[in-house]
Design a protein around this ligand. Structure first.
Ligand SMILES: C[S@@+](CC[C@H](N)C(=O)[O-])C[C@H]1O[C@@H](n2cnc3c(N)ncnc32)[C@H](O)[C@@H]1O
Length: 198
């Protein structure tokens, strides 16, 4: 395995997601991560794949079709910050690959405020043992702001409920992506329940 962001995320996620699970691709883009998640959940599982660009979802649909995995994925053309409107059951994993569509309009990128809202909602949706994985690209302005906001939020998560880890290449040039992995601890109650009893 080459030690790069997407591979680190996949190797962790595949240890958590299995046949029959629900998972979310919060940024479908060109569909590589959606396809990967769909390959893990089998015919009895389901992936919710979000992108706010129809073009990205069309590319993702074609990729899934080519692998005959289309029926395992619900494609949703809306912002991931509204994911709780579509995903009501708890999920094993949520994957974010932030930034803009490779080969597309670089102006149509993920944005700090909506990314933070989506990450907060993702953590609420996780099952105990579930993982939220985020690749942050710091080579552009919005990516740097996402990095600052996520760092502040993810380092201050309640340690009784989450384990939050980051990984970054320390000797590579040109702003290599940063990976965040957040796991909801096993044996914890859903976060909303904590909010009520604390
Ligand atoms: C780096 S790409 C994702 C790459 C993708 N995971 C893949 O495997 O090809 C980021 C995507 O996030 C999408 N995006 C931007 N803002 C979004 C939002 N608020 N909700 C959902 N998707 C968004 C962009 O349209 C773009 O397609």
């Amino acid at each position: 395995m080459v030690l790069k962001a997407v591979n680190m995320i996949r190797s962790i996620v595949q240890g958590v997601v299995s046949e029959g699970d629900l998972a979310v691709d919060a940024t479908a883009g060109n569909g590589h991560d959606t396809l990967f998640l769909a390959s893990l959940v089998g015919d009895s599982g389901l992936i919710y794949a979000f992108d706010n660009q129809q073009r990205a979802l069309d590319i993702t649909r074609e990729r899934l079709r080519a692998h005959r995995l289309e029926q395992r994925v619900k494609l949703i053309c809306d912002g991931h910050e509204r994911m709780d409107k579509y995903v009501t059951d708890r999920v094993k994993a949520v994957v974010f690959n932030l930034g803009y569509l490779p080969g597309g309009d670089h102006g149509k990128t993920t944005l700090p405020g909506t990314t933070l809202t989506a990450v907060e909602k993702s953590l609420d949706l996780l099952l105990p043992g579930g993982i939220c994985a985020i690749a942050v690209y710091r080579g552009h302005g919005e990516g740097q702001r996402e990095d600052a906001l996520l760092r502040e939020y993810l380092t201050s998560l309640d340690p009784r409920i989450y384990i939050s880890v980051w990984a970054e290449a320390t000797n590579q040039r040109n702003n290599p992506p940063l990976v965040w992995l957040v796991q909801k601890k096993r044996g914890t109650c859903p976060t909303n329940y904590y909010r009520i009893i604390l």
